[in-house]
Design a protein around this ligand. Structure first.
Ligand SMILES: N[C@@H](CCC(=O)N[C@@H](CS)C(=O)NCC(=O)O)C(=O)O
Length: 228
């Protein structure tokens, strides 16, 4: 299998966590933001990463969107299901995954890039990094106002995720599911923001533990002590 990705994308991290959990061997192709459309558009009609390519049985499958990639992997490698078989748990896990993808992953992106452009500039003040941050902010319309709205969405979501992981280890049922993988990946950029690390230490421990279960290297910020 072959994963087309941006190395820093938290949605691509989500796909890698699932690939690692399933024990898949795969190769990675890091695309250059901007130029990625020339590769992706003809292949998928879309422009987003991750994209998974699977060549087997002389046929080639191309899957775009992290949730579809996880569903595909679950079907192809049915051991250790990521989508629960119990109907209520399956519905809940898929709803949570969708909420995390559509709302929380986006909110994380806004808060993260707002931080990197301001208080977090010192993380990487190079011209290349600042240019990438400026392009992403322009592409998604990230500014002080939209980042504040995103922060408010995180303020609603994080206490519940934190409490649930503390109470029962997994967001749904008693095994790792697409909901845990989505939360671990899509919240991971916040590990670089001291305010979140200080407020939710257990949540970041859980994110690190899920990375260990999935054999995925830790995201930036989680392998070092929290900055102050
Ligand atoms: N819902 C999509 C979101 C993926 C997404 O937003 N990917 C971003 C990178 S984090 C991307 O490819 N952006 C480039 C573009 O939109 O052209 C998924 O889960 O795969």
């Amino acid at each position: 299998m072959h994963l087309l990705q941006f190395s820093t994308s938290h949605y691509c991290r989500k796909a890698r966590l699932a690939l690692g959990y399933k024990g898949c061997s795969y190769t990675i192709e890091n695309l250059t933001p901007g130029l990625h459309v020339f590769k992706l558009k003809p292949l998928t009609q879309c422009t987003t990463v991750p994209v998974l390519m699977d060549d087997r049985d002389q046929s080639s499958t191309v899957i775009t969107d992290s949730s579809r990639i996880l569903a595909y992997l679950d079907q192809r490698y049915p051991a250790s299901k990521l989508i629960p078989e119990n109907r209520d748990q399956r519905d809940r896990a898929l709803q949570l995954e969708d909420w995390l993808d559509a709302s929380i992953g986006t909110a994380t992106r806004f808060v993260y890039y707002q931080y990197r452009a301001n208080e977090g500039k010192a993380i990487d003040p190079s011209l290349v990094s600042m240019a990438v941050i400026a392009i992403v902010r322009r592409q998604y319309g990230i500014n002080a106002v939209t980042a504040k709205l995103a922060e408010e969405r995180l303020d609603l979501a994080l206490p519940w995720i934190d409490r649930t992981w503390k109470a029962q280890s997994f967001l749904v049922g008693d095994a790792l599911s697409v909901a845990d993988i989505a939360a671990a990946a899509l919240l991971s950029p916040l590990a670089l923001l001291p305010t979140y690390r200080e407020t939710y230490p257990a949540l970041f421990e859980r994110i690190a533990a899920i990375h260990a279960i999935c054999h995925e290297p830790l995201p930036p910020g989680l392998s070092e002590p929290a900055r102050s």
